[in-house]
Design a protein around this ligand. Structure first.
Ligand code: CA
Ligand code: CA
Length: 303
């Protein structure tokens, strides 16, 4: 059956202590109504960024409790559809982004969105709606929705689009999935700190794989799996993504570290997710001809 979570159930941190906004069974279809990363506060180019309530940025809708999802299991999320509204917003903020050391002014720009394009001045950019924030609750404590980690969160991966599938490690009963921060389009890197930020609606199908889990969220696309790692620096994120990819190849082929490390150098593509959030993101793409899902999910040893 189809369940719907409205924009009234916003969270600003992922935590096992949050009350579920809704409960779903495996195989259920669920719609998340989401509000843009600025909390819907910027509706005009005249808004001064100092007027914004920064406590209301990066909202995610949820959390959704998935029956049967227990620590050590995998949450499967099929992205069936992403609908976006017809106005998006992008900002630049002094001291933020890849060029945070440059001197520049704060600026707000509203962007018109049509079915296939977002318009930047007179430049028509093909729309590729994606989800910036998607994740589950950590084992304990709370993690702001503006950052990322093994639980997912603010990963800002341009490839998290319609038709793709995500696998998350489950850390707490019911997983507690939340979704927000849609972008009409974003380049790898998200260099200025914002993308075409937009409100909208995400339709997913959830499922659970028992007693196996990915060390980091995994994205499944047509021809590849991507391990979505994060770190305080890009170097750290690259190391984490590479290590997880090498370990998957060791499991796939029963290889030594040395053999798997060599193979990784031939077939794994490290790509930048974003360079602007508190935790930087790198994904390791592994072709499906080389690795199976089975090797990306680790058997869970019961405590
Ligand atoms: Ca984001
Ligand atoms: Ca965003």
């Amino acid at each position: 059956m189809v369940k719907k979570l409205s924009r009234n159930t916003l969270i600003y941190k992922f935590s096992p202590n949050l009350r579920p906004a809704e409960v779903a069974d495996p195989r259920d279809i669920v719609i998340f109504e989401t509000i843009d990363a600025l909390g819907g506060q910027v509706r005009s180019e005249d808004v001064s960024l100092s007027e914004i309530d920064w406590g209301k940025i990066n909202p995610a809708t949820g959390p959704l409790y998935i029956e049967g999802g227990e620590p050590g299991d995998t949450l499967v999320v099929d992205i069936l559809d992403i609908k976006v509204e017809d106005k998006a917003v992008i900002i630049v903020v002094p001291k933020y982004g890849a060029l945070h050391e440059e001197v520049f002014s704060a600026k707000v720009k509203l962007l018109d969105v049509s079915k296939d394009f977002v318009k930047f001045n007179n430049i028509k950019i093909p729309a590729k709606p994606m989800i910036g924030v998607i994740g589950v609750a950590p084992e304990k404590g709370e993690i702001p929705t503006g950052t990322s980690g093994p639980h997912g969160g603010n990963m800002d991966v341009a490839e998290v689009t319609r038709g793709r599938r995500l696998y998350f490690p489950i850390f707490t009963e019911g997983a507690l999935l939340a979704v927000g921060d849609l972008h009409v389009v974003q380049g790898d890197g998200e260099v200025c700190v914002a993308a075409a930020e937009v409100s909208g609606e995400v339709t997913v199908r959830v499922d659970v794989i028992k007693e196996r889990h990915p060390p980091y969220p995994v994205l499944e696309a047509e021809g590849y799996y991507a391990i979505l790692a994060s770190g305080k620096t890009l170097d750290e994120a690259a190391r984490a993504a590479t290590k997880a990819a090498v370990e998957a190849l060791m499991r796939e082929y029963n290889y030594s570290f040395e053999e798997a490390y060599m193979l990784a150098s031939l077939v794994v593509h490290l790509r930048i997710n974003q360079v602007v959030d508190p935790m930087k993101g790198i994904r390791a793409e592994l072709p499906k001809s080389i690795v199976t899902l089975n090797s990306l999910l680790v058997p869970t040893t019961k405590k």
